[in-house]
Ligand binder design. Sequence first.
Ligand SMILES: Nc1nc2c(c(=O)[nH]1)N[C@H]1C(S)=C(S)[C@@H](COP(=O)(O)O)O[C@H]1N2
Ligand SMILES: [Mo]
Length: 450
Amino acid sequence: MTDNRVEEKVAVQSEESRSQSRRAFLKGSAAVAGGVLFTKAASADYDPKKAVAPYAGEKEITEPLQDGPWRKRLGFGVRRYPYGVPSPYEKDVQRRTLEWLTPDSMASITMTPIQSLHGIITPNGLHFERFHGGAADIDPKTHRLVIHGLVERPLIFTVDDLKRFPSISRIHFIECPANGAMEWKGVQLNSVQWTHGMMSCVEYTGVRLSDLLKEAGIKLDKARWIIPEGADASGMSRSIPLEIAMDDCFVAYAQNGEALRREQGYPIRLVVPGCEANMWVKYLRRIKVTDVPLQHREETSKYTELMPDGTAQRFSWYMEPNSVITYPSPDYRMQGPGKYYVRGLAWSGRGKVAHVDVSFDGGKNWHEAHFTSPVLDKAWTRFEIEWDWDGSEAFLMSRVTDETGYVQPPMPQMRAVEGTNNVYHRTAMVTWRVHAWDSKNGGLIENVQY
Ligand SMILES: Nc1nc2c(c(=O)[nH]1)N[C@H]1C(S)=C(S)[C@@H](COP(=O)(O)O)O[C@H]1N2
Ligand SMILES: [Mo]
């Protein structure tokens, strides 16, 4: 069937289903006398104090809705965007960097605008970025992945070779362990993009690392570690224990249904579910199998946690359970007292999220939120809870418990144990202060510590 014939068939089908649903609609409306019943029922339950939209009244709406220019002329056609782009009205939804954080023109960190995301999937163009040596622009035809070291048969793969292996697709969050780092000593920034935007959650497709290691004949009696290495200017390398490598790691070539973006390591990157993003080597070109860790700079002077007594913790692979309220957040202003649905994200590097509690009074009382997304392993989970805001000052907090029973701690508790020298793994709760509606800053939302 040609493309045109397919289109015709779709058109005929939709014409049929339109007249079907029209008949169904007419039958239904006869029974309730033109829909008047619906208006009455709604008005009986209606509480204007909890309104989110003005009530049109008992009488039918006769005023025509205003016609914009888009009603009076043809819209744009299919040839305009061979690769689609968001509505221009969404132009402020961008990943951003902080001038003082990356002052050079080659910004090395951008953060995801999680205040503007819905559900659990980050669009590819809003995925956060972290480069230790700029983004590489690699030709996939010349790219190779080498597996060597403690293996029977060292192998060289092209990207096309990798696609001949069985594939898997998994949704996982990816979080830089420096996410939230700027809040260790105290509150700094009034946006959830700055406090939590060094993470994203996407669907990856690729080939299981265990399949590739077995193909190379990994010597399981001696092998204890793998050392992945990137092809970019940073020479990114990390030591990964074999148990993690053989468990659920994979080499991804796709993200959200299309090829990886260059920013995310095109043509291939390592996916290490639940573990800190620094280990997810982009532009992957080599995996060496060894019996000892590498002691690379990225696991000694960097990506280790300096404790109050001057010693450093290292190899803190897994990201702890964490959660944050994304709406309302300091990026918004309250619209007035009334009903809101408070929403946020919860995730755990150790598995599934078990439950999320939300407090409106700075942690005195807690209420269990429900999930509005699938609850997946090592993935963002979207929570939501109803809130009748009476207009008085409020302190919003969320607290996750994961399936291992770990409960997210308050910030003072985390600081008491870990001090303030540390940069990484700041995963304690945060607090959003909602200013009273009738105060000077009425409806303002502010990042505070409580
Ligand atoms: N080759 C390579 N891999 C890399 C990096 C890098 O600079 N080069 N940065 C690491 C760090 S610190 C993080 S947080 C993640 C960021 O992944 P993203 O840019 O896809 O968000 O990639 C990791 N893998
Ligand atoms: Mo990172």
